[in-house]
Every structure is written in C-alpha cells, then in structure tokens.
Ligand binder design. Structure first.
Ligand code: PLP
Length: 397
C-alpha cells in the first residue's frame, strides 16, 4: 500500500509541473539574471514573470514590491527588522502568542539585545486572538503589529483585515506571516490592506528554500541582506533563479486550482473529522472550527501520548505529526497549544493531520479505517486513560 502523507503543513511535495518549469534554469537557461548579454535576458524575464504570478496569488497591486527570499523565516525577519528601522520614534512591536518561531524567536532576541518592547497578545481556547488586548497594546510607539494569517498547528485563520485596520489607526505598520495561508486560501492584500506579507514556496508545492515578502507601495523598506543591487537593492545576492521560477509556477497553479480545490479539500477534512469524532471518545478538535484552513485538522486525544499514536500510524504507512515541536532532541510542549490553555493531558495527545490538493478520497477512507482502532487500543491499554475516561466510554473499570 503506498504511504499516505498527511503532514502538509510541515512541507508539501514539489509539483511535477513546478519541477518541469525549473529544469531549464539548471541547464540551457543557466545565466545570471543581472547579466546584460543574451544568457541573462531570458532569465531576467522569467524572474519578472514569477514576480507577476506571486503578485496575482496574493492580490497585490502591480506597483507593489515582491522581494524574493530564501523562505518564510527570512521574509518574517526582513519585515520585522525593516519596520523597526522605518521610524526612530516607533520602537515597539505587537504580536500574538501563537506566531511561528520565525517571528517569536527574533522578537525575543530583539527584546534581549536591543531592549525592543514586545507585547505578546494572548489567544482564547480556540486559538483566536484577544482583539481587545491587541487594540490596547497598540500605541504611538508601535512600529509594527505582526500577526499570522493562519496558524500552522491548528489552522486557525486570523481576522487580518481588522487587525491591519487597528494597527493603521495607531499609525503602525502591519505585517502578516501568511506562510500557511498563501496558495491554500484566497489572499487579497489590497482589501486586507496589509503592509507586508510573508510566504514560503514549500507550503504550496514549490521547492524548499524560496519564498517572498510582499511590500505595499509606499511602505519604507530596509533590506535585511546587503550587498549587490539584486532585487532592486531590496535583497542582495545572486537570485535563486530555479527556485524563483518554481515559486512563480506554483503560485500560478495555486491561483488556477484554488476555486476547485478549496471545497474538495474542505470536504475531505470535514469527513475525516466527523469520522473520528463519531468513533473515538475523549477527543477534542483544536482551533477555531468556524475559521480555519481547509486542510488542517488538529486533535487532542486526552490522556494519550501523541508519539504512540504517530508511531502506530507510521507503521500503517501514514505520516502525520504532533502539535509539539521537537527541539534539540527533547519534546517541547507546543507553545501554541499552551497559549490556548489546552490542559497538559490533552496537549500531550495532540496530533495534526494536514491535507493538500494531492490528498485523495481513498486516503481519507484508509485513515478512517486505521486511526480509530489505533486510538481505541491505546486508550484501552492505558490505566491512566481508563481512570480518566473509562466510565464515560463504557469500558470496564
Ligand atoms: N511561518 C509559519 C507559520 C510556518 O509554518 C513556517 C514553516 O513551518 C515558517 C514561518 C517558516 O518558513 P520557512 O520554512 O520557509 O522558513
């Protein structure tokens, strides 16, 4: 039986059409985009076309900037540091407790090394940002509010347009980490009025190591990487041309397929969710079920160990992941689920099943056939679980 990949929030397979679009740029079209001779000409045109495809993916105006980067982490770092450089009178940052480490680790570093004041706004039990606290945190010294478009662990989608409007009322810039949203849900930077937006190719079937930062026209931008004049001085270093071309092709494919794929993936996800809820006791769906990414499904199996569930799934050829990040060999509890006040016994049993446009009906059938018995047998074998839930599940004490 072929393996089933349900870890698409970690990374996606590069689409064969994307690979095909990239290949010439390793071969006959190998030139440097900055070269003025014939070898550079086709390359610069291809980079320009990719910029157009990325703009179309996020609904950017034609005069907006798309700065190609090495991925989501670089885009997030670039946006934050650029905003802090924009106005010496504004040196504070507002963010949420559930951001990716690409944001939170940099902010912790800035707090420690530069004394940057960072306000981390909390979320509720469903992972929704506390809007009143966010509003209260914004002030005349806020340089930037940075809140993700959608969360990588729960899929919760944030009200980015409202958050951007509030940041602007306070005179601050607004950045969103849309790494999990771009290519998966419709993004319209024009109507959401975001100033900067990060995206990453490998989350929507482009290769790893390439991404982009959208910068609205008129927003001051200070480059993170200085050197040559590539990217019109916004990001130095010879362009990763095959990667950029791949990103452009993946953006075009996502734009083209979104209308059909969004409802299909949502219905697969909903079928998976309903099937598990109907057959497994003591399980909670994590995140904002009213507003979440179509392909993300996060569960907490209270009283179980996520590693045991994942190990048994893996034995059946199904790859998923836990809500925890594995830091230097030791399992750290997820900061996202902790911020949501998920109790420790549920947090330890959290797993994430993430679909993509490659996920099939047959794969969901197989997961529904395999996962509930795995969970039930772990529950039955666990005295701790039986003590907590045995009676409600009708098991002998
Ligand atoms: N932001 C979010 C929300 C992510 O999920 C990730 C990757 O998992 C990143 C940023 C980092 O992106 P990259 O891997 O392209 O550096």
């Amino acid at each position: 039986m072929p393996p089933i990949y349900l870890d698409n929030n970690a990374t996606t397979r590069t689409d064969p059409e994307v690979v095909a679009a990239m290949l010439p740029f390793f071969g006959e079209t190998f030139g440097n985009a900055s070269s003025t001779h014939a070898f550079g000409a086709g390359v610069a045109t291809a980079v320009k076309a990719a910029r157009g495809e990325v703009k179309a993916l996020v609904g950017a105006a034609s005069d907006a900037e798309i700065v190609f980067t090495s991925g989501g982490t670089e885009s997030d770092n670039a946006a934050i540091l650029s905003a802090l450089a924009a106005d010496p009178g504004r040196d504070e940052i507002v963010t949420s407790a559930v951001e990716h480490p690409a944001v939170l680790a940099l902010l912790a570093h800035l707090e420690k090394t530069r004394g940057t004041r960072v306000t981390v706004v909390g979320v509720d039990r469903s992972g929704r940002i506390d809007i009143a606290a966010y509003k209260a945190a914004l002030g005349p010294r806020t340089a930037l509010a940075t809140v993700m478009w959608a969360n990588n662990e729960t899929g919760t989608i944030f009200p980015v347009a409202d958050l951007a409007a509030l940041a602007h009322e306070a005179g601050a810039l607004f950045h969103t980490d849309a790494v999990q949203a771009a290519g998966r849900v419709r993004i319209d930077v024009a109507s959401a009025t975001v100033d900067m937006l990060s995206l990453s190719g490998h989350k929507f079937h482009a290769p790893k190591g390439v991404g982009a930062l959208y910068v609205r026209k008129g927003v001051p931008y200070a480059p993170l990487i200085r050197g040559g004049r590539q990217e019109r001085g916004r990001r130095a270093g010879t362009e990763n041309v095959p990667g950029i071309v791949g990103l452009g092709r993946a953006a075009a494919l996502a734009t083209m397929r979104m209308a059909a794929e969004l409802p299909r993936i949502t219905s697969l996800r909903d079928r998976l969710e309903a099937g598990i809820l109907a057959t497994v006791p003591a399980v909670e769906v994590l995140g904002d079920v009213a507003s979440r990414l179509p392909g993300t499904l996060a569960f907490a199996f209270d009283g179980l160990d996520s590693e045991a569930i994942l190990f048994n799934l893996e034995k059946e050829g199904i790859a998923a992941s836990s809500g925890s990040a594995c830091a230097s060999g030791s399992m750290e509890p997820s900061h996202v689920l902790k911020a949501m006040a998920v109790p420790p016994t549920a947090l330890e049993g959290a797993i994430r099943l993430c679909l993509s446009r490659e996920t099939t009906d047959a794969e969901i059938d197989r997961v529904l056939a395999v996962l509930p018995p795995i969970v039930r047998s772990l529950q039955e074998a666990s005295p701790f679980w039986q003590e907590r839930h045995g009676a409600e599940a009708g098991l002998p004490a």
